[in-house]
Design a protein around this ligand. Structure first.
Ligand SMILES: Nc1nc2c(ncn2[C@@H]2O[C@H](COP(=O)(O)OP(=O)(O)O)[C@@H](O)[C@H]2O)c(=O)[nH]1
Ligand SMILES: [Mg+2]
Length: 320
């Protein structure tokens, strides 16, 4: 993968990747090129993903080889500088006609100085210091929510996103004057048995006709998110859910049930309910059992870009 510094990046749709420490950001990034290849096969799309700096290019290539070749999770990147990746693609347009369109956008991982989860919620973070830069021109958010994560920390982290996007004043004014950004909420780690089993038992899961690979279809993903927040775990994430719908327009939020690595599949690439856990411990280290088959990794991103681009006058309003 080549590292380039692209010109004109500021003119393209800007999307930030956000989520508390451990929610799965680095793993999601590493799965993106793999998901892009899947997308190429399934939708005749064609994607080129480039790091906009050497460091960003390195994070991407190393992530992919860790996930796909070494079958381990990418190393901790919680102390990284602001990184961004440029996406250029040719995809088949939605609808019955066979047309292709070129698309391009930038995905950014904001400065995460230690993602200081030990810091007091009130203490200023470096993220807040960069408010002005971070807000400027960002139109979309990929927000990763780990249902098994620490709900309090996740809520704090979501508030930081609101502050970063809107500046302190706007965050406080919110209420009815919500932030204009489009959001894809990705509920991560769907493959984990401690998440998948209860979801299946509660009737959320359906299976793909051909492969049998489990999914929670788009229209149910939002209800599933609410179900998770209502106390799927001992600590409820209701505050987090309320924060999301208070500060963002509910009709600009889409929900996806995501797994960066997918389920363990059998030799026929099918799903087996008796043996689907895709992470095993080998010498005490987690190892991914079968080649990753990401679930809902590209979709939240390409559909977010599509929603932003087709929103009537959205760009004009933001720029104006
Ligand atoms: N089973 C499973 N575990 C995941 C997945 N994504 C992340 N993880 C786990 O969550 C940990 C933290 O993920 P990471 O991407 O480093 O989170 P970050 O701190 O937001 O960058 C990883 O080391 C994995 O153990 C996934 O799709 N499936
Ligand atoms: Mg990370």
């Amino acid at each position: 993968m080549r590292a380039v510094t692209e010109e004109g990046v500021g003119e393209r749709t800007r999307i930030v990747l956000w989520g508390a420490t451990g929610s799965g950001k680095t793993t999601y990034l590493a799965a993106l090129p793999i998901a892009a290849m899947q997308d190429s096969r399934q939708r005749e799309a064609n994607w080129l993903i480039l790091g906009t700096t050497d460091e960003a290019a390195r994070v991407l290539t190393e992530g992919v080889s860790e996930l796909a070749t070494r079958r381990t999770f990418p190393a901790d990147t919680s102390r990284s500088a602001h990184l961004s990746w440029s996406f250029r693609g040719r995809e088949r347009s939605r609808g019955w006609h066979r047309r292709f369109r070129d698309t391009s956008f930038v995905l950014e991982l904001p400065d995460t100085p230690g993602e200081s989860f030990l810091a007091e919620p009130e203490s200023p973070t470096n993220l807040e210091k960069t408010d002005a830069e971070a807000d400027d021109g960002v139109q979309g958010v990929i927000y990763l929510f780990d249902p098994l994560g620490d709900a309090d920390r996740e809520e704090r982290d979501l508030r930081r996103l609101v502050t970063t996007l809107g500046g302190k004043g706007q965050a406080i004014r919110a209420g009815d004057g919500r932030l204009p950004h489009y959001v894809s909420v990705c509920i991560t780690k769907f493959d984990r048995p401690d998440l998948f089993r209860p979801a299946a038992e509660a009737g959320w899961v359906t299976q793909d006709e051909d492969s049998g690979i489990p999914r929670i279809p788009g229209p149910q993903a939002e209800a599933y998110f609410h179900w998770l927040c209502e106390g799927f775990r001992s600590v409820s994430a209701r505050l987090l859910r309320d924060c999301l719908t208070t500060y963002f327009e509910p009709d600009r939020i889409s929900y996806y049930v995501t797994s960066a690595i997918g389920f363990r599949l059998n030799a026929q690439h099918g799903f087996d309910y008796r043996n689907y856990a895709n992470v095993e411990l080998i010498d005490g280290q987690p190892r991914i059992s079968t080649v990753p088959h990401p679930i809902n990794v590209m979709e939240p991103l390409t559909e977010l870009e599509f929603r932003i681009r087709t929103a009537d006058g959205a760009r004009g309003r933001r720029r104006g």
